[in-house]
Design a binder for this molecule. Structure first.
Ligand code: ADP
Ligand code: MG
Length: 339
């Protein structure tokens, strides 16, 4: 058993600016394992950005296209446990020779090997053996090789022989494409406006984006209704409230509207009346300060304004807040509402 999960493929791995280099390096390795200079191939990046998916896709591709190759996927945690078990049961020789037989070794989350000297030592020997025999090694890590302290220098220097490629937080276009793909896979149709709303509101990582889609589908089926903007907003609000960490753009808009005695709709409206422009600018400023949404996404949430309007608002309010003023008082009071 290779322990690969066949659901992870290149076909369902959405390409975007955030993963282009890693994906194409991965594809090159998948087509010619052990032959390219990308050996080892190290894919690194934060949680939920698609490391496991990508390296499993490489493994599956090789397995499906060259049946005679032994592809093995293992997490570093499992590798460590197997090794410790081998130590206890006097099975180190078997352990080592098993790993030395593989043609393609995919080892996930190598940061787990930090400070585990004995495990690193055995991995070093296996690594050398495989590499010298022209076998492919593929690794992932939650940080760049240079930031992997607690790993022996000789091992780290091996990691640098090949190619390291990072995965970044998905950009807006990629988020939209991922949402579309996931819904399509579920056979669910939702309006573009709802997709856009989700893409502009969930910008952390792909796992979280998937979680939101799953909740949304569950909510729709529980309530026997279609997925529309209102359901999307409610679902998102519940998720964020549960996790108690982030300020949502909706809560910023509601607080600001309340404070200035206008409505949220006013903040999003086209009107350029002075009594609306000011609260709108304050809300944009607070959205920039209190959420981690991009300027583009903030503009989207204010009736589809472009990012330069948001920059202008942020600048205007920053200037007012820099000195004692009514605006500074308002901003301080409003900020206090968000922890
Ligand atoms: P990591 O290993 O970096 O923590 P995963 O590979 O487990 O992240 O990815 C988290 C989830 O997001 C998985 O369900 C995966 O299929 C999905 N995913 C990540 N990146 C993409 C992508 N580019 N296209 C489609 N799905 C993705
Ligand atoms: Mg992973």
């Amino acid at each position: 058993d290779s322990y690969l999960n066949p659901v992870y493929t290149f076909d369902n791995y959405i390409e975007g600016d955030c993963n282009r280099l890693a994906r194409s390096a991965g594809y090159a390795v998948a087509e010619r394992p052990g032959v390219t200079s990308f050996n080892p191939l190290m894919i690194y990046g934060g949680v939920g950005l698609g490391k496991t998916h990508l390296v499993q896709a490489i493994g599956n591709y090789i397995k499906n296209n060259s049946q005679n190759k032994f592809v093995l996927y293992v997490t570093s945690e499992k590798f460590t446990n197997q090794f410790l078990n081998a130590v206890r049961t006097d099975g180190i020789r078997d352990f080592t020779s098993f790993y030395m037989q593989v043609d393609v070794l995919v080892i996930d989350d190598v940061q787990f090997l930090q400070k585990k000297e004995k495990t690193q030592e055995i991995f070093f020997h296996i690594f050398n053996h495989l590499h010298q025999s022209g076998k492919q090694i593929i690794m992932t890590s939650d940080r760049a090789p240079r930031a992997l302290d607690g790993l022996e220098d000789r091992l780290l220097s091996r990691f640098k022989w090949g190619l390291s490629a990072d995965l970044q937080t998905p950009d807006l276009e990629t988020r939209i494409a991922i949402i579309q793909k996931k819904l399509q896979a579920e056979g669910i149709y939702i309006e573009d406006a709802v997709i856009e709303y989700l893409a502009h509101s969930v910008n952390t990582n792909v796992r979280e984006l998937e979680g939101v889609i799953v909740s949304l589908i569950a909510q729709a089926s529980l309530n026997r209704r279609d997925i529309d903007l209102e359901l999307a907003k409610n679902t998102l609000r519940n998720i964020v409230e549960d996790s108690e960490r982030e300020v949502t753009i909706d809560s910023v808009q509601e607080a600001v509207a309340d404070y200035f005695g206008v409505t949220v709709a006013d903040l999003k409206a086209k009107s350029r009346k002075r009594e609306l422009v000011h609260p709108r600018q304050v809300a944009m400023y607070l959205a920039k300060e209190k959420t981690d949404l991009s300027l583009k996404s903030i503009g989207y949430h204010f009736g589809g304004r472009d990012h330069s309007t948001v920059i202008h608002a942020v600048q205007t309010i920053s200037d007012l807040v820099a000195k004692p003023s009514e605006t500074r008082n308002a901003v301080e009071k409003l900020k206090a509402l968000f922890k």
